[in-house]
Design a protein around this ligand. Structure first.
Ligand SMILES: [Zn+2]
Length: 118
Protein backbone atom coordinates (compact mmCIF):
# COMPACT_ATOMS: atom_id res chain seq x y z
CA UNK A 1 0.00 0.00 0.00
CA UNK A 2 1.31 3.45 -0.84
CA UNK A 3 1.42 6.35 1.58
CA UNK A 4 -1.36 8.01 -0.45
CA UNK A 5 -3.65 5.08 0.31
CA UNK A 6 -3.29 5.94 3.99
CA UNK A 7 -5.57 8.91 3.38
CA UNK A 8 -8.55 6.59 2.88
CA UNK A 9 -10.15 6.10 6.28
CA UNK A 10 -13.06 3.73 6.78
CA UNK A 11 -15.36 4.94 9.53
CA UNK A 12 -18.37 2.90 10.69
CA UNK A 13 -21.64 4.57 9.74
CA UNK A 14 -23.37 3.24 12.85
CA UNK A 15 -22.74 4.22 16.45
CA UNK A 16 -24.60 1.33 18.11
CA UNK A 17 -22.14 -1.54 18.44
CA UNK A 18 -24.98 -4.05 18.00
CA UNK A 19 -25.36 -2.84 14.41
CA UNK A 20 -21.67 -3.21 13.60
CA UNK A 21 -19.97 -6.27 12.17
CA UNK A 22 -16.31 -7.26 11.94
CA UNK A 23 -14.76 -8.97 8.92
CA UNK A 24 -13.75 -12.50 9.99
CA UNK A 25 -10.48 -12.21 8.12
CA UNK A 26 -9.10 -8.75 8.89
CA UNK A 27 -11.37 -7.50 11.68
CA UNK A 28 -12.45 -4.30 9.89
CA UNK A 29 -15.58 -3.01 11.64
CA UNK A 30 -18.42 -1.50 9.60
CA UNK A 31 -22.19 -1.63 9.22
CA UNK A 32 -23.86 -4.23 7.00
CA UNK A 33 -24.80 -1.42 4.58
CA UNK A 34 -21.14 -0.40 4.30
CA UNK A 35 -20.00 -3.98 3.67
CA UNK A 36 -22.72 -4.30 1.01
CA UNK A 37 -21.75 -1.05 -0.70
CA UNK A 38 -17.96 -1.17 -0.43
CA UNK A 39 -17.09 -4.78 0.40
CA UNK A 40 -14.10 -5.29 2.68
CA UNK A 41 -11.33 -2.90 1.60
CA UNK A 42 -8.70 -5.34 2.89
CA UNK A 43 -10.21 -8.54 1.54
CA UNK A 44 -11.19 -8.19 -2.13
CA UNK A 45 -12.49 -11.55 -3.28
CA UNK A 46 -13.96 -12.31 0.12
CA UNK A 47 -16.58 -9.55 0.34
CA UNK A 48 -16.88 -7.73 -2.99
CA UNK A 49 -18.18 -4.18 -3.30
CA UNK A 50 -21.62 -3.54 -4.69
CA UNK A 51 -22.82 -7.12 -5.17
CA UNK A 52 -25.74 -6.74 -2.76
CA UNK A 53 -24.94 -10.22 -1.47
CA UNK A 54 -26.24 -9.75 2.08
CA UNK A 55 -25.94 -13.45 2.91
CA UNK A 56 -22.23 -13.42 2.05
CA UNK A 57 -21.69 -10.29 4.16
CA UNK A 58 -23.43 -11.96 7.12
CA UNK A 59 -21.43 -15.18 6.56
CA UNK A 60 -18.00 -13.55 6.50
CA UNK A 61 -18.60 -10.91 9.17
CA UNK A 62 -19.64 -11.26 12.79
CA UNK A 63 -21.16 -9.31 15.65
CA UNK A 64 -19.17 -11.52 18.06
CA UNK A 65 -16.24 -9.20 18.64
CA UNK A 66 -14.92 -7.19 21.55
CA UNK A 67 -13.33 -3.78 21.58
CA UNK A 68 -12.68 -1.47 18.68
CA UNK A 69 -9.30 0.00 17.77
CA UNK A 70 -9.33 3.05 15.52
CA UNK A 71 -6.33 3.22 13.20
CA UNK A 72 -5.48 6.41 11.39
CA UNK A 73 -1.90 5.72 10.31
CA UNK A 74 -1.43 1.96 10.64
CA UNK A 75 2.18 1.95 9.43
CA UNK A 76 3.25 4.33 12.20
CA UNK A 77 1.17 2.91 15.02
CA UNK A 78 2.53 0.60 17.71
CA UNK A 79 -1.07 -0.52 18.31
CA UNK A 80 -1.25 -1.57 14.66
CA UNK A 81 1.94 -3.61 15.03
CA UNK A 82 0.65 -5.13 18.27
CA UNK A 83 -2.67 -6.03 16.63
CA UNK A 84 -0.93 -7.05 13.36
CA UNK A 85 -2.87 -4.42 11.40
CA UNK A 86 0.01 -2.46 9.85
CA UNK A 87 -0.78 -3.51 6.28
CA UNK A 88 -4.50 -2.76 6.44
CA UNK A 89 -6.51 0.31 5.44
CA UNK A 90 -7.00 2.97 8.11
CA UNK A 91 -10.30 2.40 9.90
CA UNK A 92 -11.84 0.73 12.94
CA UNK A 93 -10.85 -2.82 13.84
CA UNK A 94 -12.09 -5.40 16.32
CA UNK A 95 -9.59 -6.04 19.11
CA UNK A 96 -10.85 -9.61 19.53
CA UNK A 97 -13.14 -11.85 17.48
CA UNK A 98 -14.94 -14.60 19.37
CA UNK A 99 -17.18 -16.01 16.65
CA UNK A 100 -17.74 -19.73 16.33
CA UNK A 101 -16.95 -19.96 12.65
CA UNK A 102 -18.58 -22.97 10.93
CA UNK A 103 -16.22 -25.46 9.25
CA UNK A 104 -17.51 -24.74 5.74
CA UNK A 105 -16.83 -21.02 6.22
CA UNK A 106 -13.32 -21.80 7.53
CA UNK A 107 -12.72 -24.02 4.50
CA UNK A 108 -13.78 -21.26 2.11
CA UNK A 109 -11.56 -18.70 3.91
CA UNK A 110 -8.70 -21.17 3.67
CA UNK A 111 -9.37 -21.86 -0.02
CA UNK A 112 -9.34 -18.13 -0.72
CA UNK A 113 -6.12 -17.75 1.32
CA UNK A 114 -7.69 -15.62 4.01
CA UNK A 115 -6.93 -16.16 7.69
CA UNK A 116 -9.37 -15.64 10.50
CA UNK A 117 -8.57 -13.24 13.28
CA UNK A 118 -9.32 -14.12 16.85
ZN1 LIG B 1 -11.59 -8.07 5.71
Amino acid sequence: MTEAADTIVVVPSEIQSSKLRACLSCGLVKSVAQFLAYGCENCPGLIEAGTGDRERVLTFTTTEFSGITALYKPKRSWVARWQRLSQLVPGCYAVGIHANVPDDVLEELDALHFDTRG
